[in-house]
Design a protein around this ligand. Structure first.
Ligand SMILES: Nc1ncnc2c1ncn2[C@@H]1O[C@H](COP(=O)(O)OP(=O)(O)O)[C@@H](O)[C@H]1O
Ligand SMILES: [Mg+2]
Length: 253
């Protein structure tokens, strides 16, 4: 059974009397526990809107099931906050500039688990090590780090709560290409070691192919192709997928 199933999802944005924008059109997909599903498509095709519908942040039609249980709209936000964590494009905007790394990592442990101080320290130190930052990073502030290091901190903050499921929305798009590769390798290692389940969103197929077990290709609100990453790359069925493959630079990871 899949961890998350999305069936026939539709999201429309209405603005006054003009035609509504159909941002997500009849999307169905499943994510199995422990797998990374890559969602790829050009900017504006509806990727973020789809993830916001999964989080219950925009009204939608269609059905979502978590471990086979239909998610009802009323409880969706609460359930998702408990089980799901997010990683965004710009870690500088998502990290609190006034909090040290230690505070950033410990706060969610207190809020969610009421861990005592020693336990919080221990887990924060361990998490930092897992994302490849030195122990002395704990006492520093976000501005003291490079973009890639900040994204490591944001990843640590997301994973310290041991979420069942992670949505990473363009997590490397703001980084230099050389740093992108390091963060992608980190996400891949973490997936292997922690058994992460992830929806990995990017406009860049070169990025997606390095982390995703399967890919879903989105075009103008619809999924036009789904399949194992290898299979889609080697034998794309939809013309739009072929365009993406031709446009994707080779990324040495
Ligand atoms: N809050 C909103 N109100 C109106 N239109 C929106 C809103 N959010 C997104 N859209 C529109 O929905 C479409 C999909 O946007 P988005 O999901 O952000 O795409 P992506 O993440 O793939 O770049 C775009 O046409 C965008 O302009
Ligand atoms: Mg987006």
């Amino acid at each position: 059974m899949s961890l998350l199933a999305v069936e026939n999802l539709e999201v429309e944005f209405r603005r006054g009397k003009i035609e509504p924008v159909r941002a997500v059109r009849g999307v169905s997909m499943e994510i199995a526990a422990g797998e990374t599903l890559g969602l790829v498509g050009e900017s504006g095709c509806g990727k973020t809107t789809l993830s916001r519908a999964i989080l219950g942040l925009v009204p939608y039609r269609g059905e979502l099931r978590l471990h086979g249980e239909p998610l009802d709209w009323q409880r969706q936000g609460k359930i998702m906050r408990q089980r799901l964590q997010l990683i965004f494009q710009d870690p500088y905007a998502s990290l609190n500039p006034r909090c040290t790394v230690e505070q950033t990592l410990q706060e969610p442990l207190w809020v969610h688990f009421r861990c005592d101080r020693a336990e919080r320290r221990k887990r924060a130190g361990r998490m930092l090590d897992q994302v490849g930052l030195p122990a002395n990073a704990l006492g520093k502030y976000p501005h003291e780090f490079s973009g890639g290091q900040r994204q490591r901190i944001a990843i640590a903050r997301a994973l310290i709560l041991e979420p069942e499921f992670v949505i990473a929305d363009e997590p490397v798009s703001a980084l230099d290409v050389s740093v992108q590769a390091q963060i992608l390798n980190l996400l891949r290692d973490l997936k292997d070691h922690m058994g992460l389940t992830m929806l990995f969103i990017s406009h860049d197929l070169a990025v997606v192919r390095h982390v995703a077990d399967r890919v879903a290709v989105m075009y103008q609100g619809e999924l036009v192709e789904k399949g194992a990453t290898r299979q889609v790359m080697d034998d794309p069925q939809h013309p739009y997928t072929r365009t993406l493959i031709e446009a994707a630079p080779i990324l040495s990871v």
